[in-house]
Write a new protein. Structure first.
Length: 358
């Protein structure tokens, strides 16, 4: 298969970003294509690892609430081995190899700060080739990658998908702990978020009606989040930029939400540390890096970009193992209960957005 996508393929991915589990018939109507053709095109993209739908614990799931970004400095000879080893860590959600001052940037899930400390000092500190780490806790997420769109559909097409879909999640939902069955269901959907209810029933041993009810309840309550991704090289946005920025604390939330609305920004988070904002963006060209920085300054004049870098390669993205082309080649199950935990009580406030990183 050629490593290429058509305009219809990108429109299909965009449609699944809006409605990840939309029936083929509805997708065919919106795209003005026969449903069989739509299903066949998605099968082609999925089988090649060029696009996929995954699932993770959402903002209303107690265990899905804490994320840290860890900068890792490595000896050049060790970068490959370190990235391969860390990519298979269940609590390491994403692994990016960057230009500039740090070798790698990890998105790490954790349950308690002391457990994160143990992971950084014992796990990372014990790995051959790692020379230094810097850890930043996420205190708020203003924009997440599950909401980023390719912009291949017309606004009317997006509205059509939203108006025909099931009820969307409600904001302000009280956080409730996921049951073992719910965690299992999310893990199964993480491997393929478009599995039919009949397939899910067969894999869980539950009735199809029970599975349908539980999946719909998880999604409507924001206790699970579906996310459609596409291989970046084929998306039309082949470059990832990461910006570290700073803004006055009194303007942090306002500026964070404003920057998250920029079309190129896939994720925007508030951090502890010397800078208080971290931005992930997809770019059409390397030269767009400074255009993006100018746009940030124009939209929020009191935001200062302290550092900027480009991603050389993403090895893992929200549990997906990626090859050098950005194709999905495997999946490491994400189970919040398996995240680094501790018996030490933790009274820190929960992050009020999803655990999905850039």
């Amino acid at each position: 298969m050629q490593d290429s996508v058509t305009e219809l393929d990108l429109a299909l991915v965009n449609a699944l970003q809006v409605r990840p589990r939309a029936p083929w018939v509805e997708l065919g109507k919106v795209l003005d294509v026969d449903p069989v053709t739509v299903a066949r095109r998605w099968e082609r993209l999925s089988d090649a690892g060029m696009a996929w739908v995954t699932c993770s614990a959402g903002p209303a799931a107690v265990h899905g609430a804490r994320i840290a970004y860890v900068e890792v400095d490595c000896l050049s000879r060790a970068v490959g081995e370190v990235t391969r080893e860390l990519a298979h860590e269940p609590s390491v959600l994403s692994v990016h190899h960057l230009t500039g001052a740090r070798s790698l940037l990890l998105a790490v899930a954790y349950q308690a700060p002391v457990a994160l400390s143990q992971f950084v000092t014992d796990r990372l500190g014990g790995m051959d080739g790692i020379t230094a780490t810097r850890t930043h806790l996420v205190t708020e997420i203003y924009g997440e990658a599950s909401l980023w769109r390719l912009q291949s559909l017309e606004p009317a097409q997006q509205r059509a998908l939203l108006t025909t879909g099931p009820p969307t999640g409600q904001s302000g939902v009280a956080a409730t702990e996921l049951s073992a069955n719910e965690r299992r269901l999310i893990q199964i959907l993480a491997a393929d978020g478009r599995q039919t209810f009949a397939t899910l029933a067969g894999r869980t041993g539950l009735s199809e009606a029970t599975v349908r009810r539980r999946v719909n309840r998880l999604l409507a309550g924001q206790r699970a989040v579906l996310r459609c991704e596409v291989a970046q090289a084929a998306s039309g946005w082949p470059y990832t930029a990461v910006l570290w920025a700073d803004t006055p604390a009194r303007r942090l939330e306002e500026n964070g939400r404003s920057l998250a609305a920029i079309p190129e920004i896939r994720a925007c988070a508030a951090l502890s540390g010397p800078t208080n904002l971290l931005l992930f963006a997809w770019l059409r060209d390397i030269g767009d890096l400074y255009r993006l920085e100018r746009l940030v300054n124009q939209r929020c004049p009191d935001v200062t970009v302290a550092d900027r870098t480009l991603c050389l390669r993403t090895f893992k993205l929200l549990g997906r193992l990626l090859d050098e082309k950005g194709h999905s080649i495997g999946h490491i199950p994400i189970d919040p209960v398996s995240w680094h935990s501790s018996d030490t009580p933790d009274t820190a406030p929960m992050v009020s957005r999803s655990t999905q990183g850039g």
